[in-house]
Design a binder for this molecule. Structure first.
Ligand code: 5AD
Ligand code: SF4
Length: 485
C-alpha cells in the first residue's frame, strides 16, 4: 500500500502495478498488471491463484513472460486509454517474442467483449470478471493457436472457495471481497454492465479467510464490495431473487451488520474496515455495529457524487441531499469521531452553476476527511449516455472540479488539525517515504500518521501523540506499543 490518506477506490500509485508470487522453478511465466479499484487488484490475486495451479508462476519481468495479462478498468475513458497505450507498447515486445500470449481481463474485457480482438489485433484472450475459473481452458485454446473469449456474467460466482494468494502487499493489510456486482444502476456508471448482478459471498468463507489472514500475521482486513451495506446472504444467488427464496432462507439471512458482528468477533485483535458504502443502504444497524466493536475502524467511505437533489435524481442515486444530511447526522451521533470520505463527480449532464454551489455547500456541511473527485466521463451503454447530452463544456467541468478539490483540501486540513493533541492508535504499515528513520501507518479514521520509528516494527499497534499535521498527514511521537493478543 502506498503512503496516502484514505483507501482509494482508484489508487493512482498502484495503477499498472505488476504482481509477483513465489517463483516455481521450470514453470511457465505469468506477468499480470492491474488497473482500477481495489476489487480489481483483489481479482488479480484470484487469477494468479487459478493459474498457479496450472503451473504458472508470476514474474515482474514482462520480457520473460509466456502469458501477459492486463486486468482493466472502464470507469472513466481515461482508464481505458491507459490500457490502450499499454497494449500498444506490448506490440513491440510481441514482435521480439511471437510466442508470448496477451490477455485482457476485467471491466474493459467485459465491456468490449470480442470487439477487443478486432480492435486490438495483438490481444489473444479476453476474459470478463466472472470468467476466471475458465482461464485454464481459455489458455489451452491459445496453445492450440486460437483466440479465446469468455465474457459470460454469472449470478452466483463469488470465487468463495479459491484460496487467495496475496500479491504485492505489505503482509499487514489485506482485502477480502464480500460481494460482487452492483444492482444500483447509477445513471453514469458502467459497473452494473461490466460486473453484473449483485451477489453476496458465503459468510463462513469470509470468516475463514479473516482467521487465516490473522494466523499468517495480517493485522487489518478491508471487506470489499461495490455496495457492502447491501450484503445479504440467504444461501447464494443474486440479491434481486431474495424475495423468491424460501421463508426459512429469508428468516435466517445474514445482512451486513450481522456479518460485521461475525467477523469482528472471529478476529477480535484485527482491525476491520470496509468499502464502499452507498448512502441509501447504510442503516443504523451498521453504525451501531461499528460503535459496538472496538476493532471496527471509525471510518466510512460514503460517496455522494453531487450536492444537488435534482442532479442526484438524474444520477438515479437512491438518496437526495436531505437524506444524505440525515445520514451524516446519524453517523456523527452514533460514532462521534468517525472519519468520512467522499466521491464527487463534477459536470454531470445538465449541471448548472447553482447545482455546483449545492455540491460545495454540502461539502461545507460535512467537512469530509478525504475525497476522490472526478469530472464526468460519459460511458457507453449507461442510462446517461443513452438519454442525456454531455452538455457541460470540458473547461467548465475542470474548473468546477478544481473548486471542489480546493474545498476538500481546506476540509482535510481542518479535520487533520482536530487530531492534534490526541493520542491515537496507529497500525504501522512500513517505512515513511519522507525518511528511513520514520514509519507510517493509519489511525482508526484512516488518516496517515508519520512518526520516528524507534524500536517499533511494521505490524505493531502503536499509541502516537499527534503533534502536527499537513492536510493529508498527521505527525507525532510514539508513546508505547499496544499489546493485542
Ligand atoms: N465519470 C466520472 N466519474 C465516475 N465515477 C463512476 N462513473 C463515473 C463516470 N462516468 C466515479 C464515482 C464513483 C467512483 C468509483 O468513480 O464517483 O463513486
Ligand atoms: Fe473497478 Fe469499476 Fe473500474 Fe471495474 S470499472 S475496475 S468495478 S472501478
Amino acid at each position: 500500500m502506498s503512503e496516502r490518506p484514505g483507501e482509494k477506490i482508484i489508487e493512482e500509485a498502484r495503477q499498472g502495478e505488476a504482481m509477483v508470487l513465489d517463483q516455481k522453478a521450470g514453470s511457465k511465466k505469468l506477468y499480470i498488471e492491474s488497473y482500477g479499484c481495489q476489487m480489481n487488484f483483489s481479482d488479480s490475486e484470484i487469477v494468479a491463484s487459478i493459474l498457479n495451479n496450472e503451473g504458472y508462476s508470476t514474474t515482474d519481468k514482462i520480457e520473460d513472460a509466456d502469458l501477459v495479462l492486463l486486468n482493466t478498468c472502464s470507469i472513466r475513458d481515461k482508464a481505458e486509454q491507459t490500457v490502450r497505450k499499454r497494449l500498444s507498447t506490448f506490440n513491440k515486445l510481441k514482435a521480439d517474442k511471437p510466442s508470448m500470449k496477451i490477455g485482457v481481463l476485467g471491466c474493459m474485457a467485459e465491456r468490449m467483449k470480442a470487439n477487443l480482438l478486432e480492435e486490438e489485433k495483438l490481444v489473444d484472450l479476453v476474459a470478463g470478471p466472472d470468467a476466471y475459473r475458465d482461464l485454464p481452458n481459455l489458455v489451452d485454446e491459445l496453445d492450440g493457436g486460437r483466440k479465446a473469449v469468455n465474457v459470460i456474467l454469472s449470478k452466483e460466482e463469488t470465487y468463495d472457495n479459491i484460496e487467495p494468494v496475496r500479491l504485492g502487499g505489505n503482509g499487514i493489510t489485506a482485502f477480502i471481497s464480500i460481494t460482487r456486482g452492483c444492482d444500483n444502476m447509477c445513471s453514469f456508471c458502467v459497473v452494473p454492465f461490466t460486473r453484473g448482478r449483485e451477489r453476496s459471498r458465503n459468510p463462513q468463507t469470509i470468516v475463514d479467510e479473516a482467521l487465516d489472514l490473522w494466523q499468517r500475521g495480517y493485522k487489518e482486513i478491508t471487506l470489499l464490495g461495490q455496495n457492502v451495506d447491501s450484503y445479504l446472504w440467504y444461501g447464494g444467488g443474486p440479491k434481486k431473487d431474495f424475495e423468491k427464496a424460501s421463508e426459512l432462507a429469508q428468516a435466517s439471512a445474514i445482512n451486513f451488520a450481522h456479518l460485521l458482528d461475525m467477523v469482528a468477533d472471529a478476529v477480535p485483535h484485527m482491525r476491520i474496515r470496509f468499502s464502499t458504502s452507498n448512502p441509501q443502504d447504510m442503516h443504523d444497524d451498521v453504525l451501531l455495529a461499528i460503535a459496538r466493536h472496538e476493532n471496527i475502524c471509525n471510518y466510512i467511505h460514503l460517496p455522494v457524487q453531487s450536492g444537488s437533489s435534482r442532479i442526484l435524481k438524474e444520477m438515479n442515486r437512491g438518496h437526495n441531499r436531505e437524506e444524505y444530511f440525515n445520514l451524516i447526522d446519524r453517523i456523527r451521533k452514533i460514532i462521534p469521531d468517525c472519519g468520512i470520505s467522499q466521491d464527487i463527480i463534477a459536470g454531470f449532464p445538465t449541471e448548472t452553476e447553482e447545482d455546483h454551489q449545492d455540491t460545495l455547500s454540502l461539502m461545507e456541511y460535512v467537512k469530509y476527511d478525504f475525497g476522490y473527485m472526478f469530472f464526468y466521463s460519459e460511458r457507453p451503454s449507461t442510462y446517461a449516455a443513452r438519454n442525456l447530452v454531455d452538455d457541460v463544456p470540458l473547461e467548465v467541468k475542470k474548473r468546477r472540479l478544481n473548486e471542489i478539490i480546493a474545498r476538500q483540501q481546506e476540509h482535510s486540513l481542518y479535520r487533520s488539525k482536530q487530531h492534534i493533541g490526541r493520542v491515537e492508535e496507529v497500525l504501522v504499515e512500513g517505512e515513511s517515504k519522507r525518511s528511513p528513520h520514520q514509519f507510517y501507518g493509519r489511525n482508526s479514521q484512516n488518516t496517515v500518521v508519520v512518526f520516528n520509528r524507534e524500536d517499533y516494527k511494521p505490524g505493531d499497534f502503536v499509541l502516537v501523540k499527534i503533534e502536527n499535521c499537513t492536510s493529508a498527514t498527521l505527525l507525532g511521537t510514539a508513546v508505547n506499543k499496544v499489546e493485542k493478543a
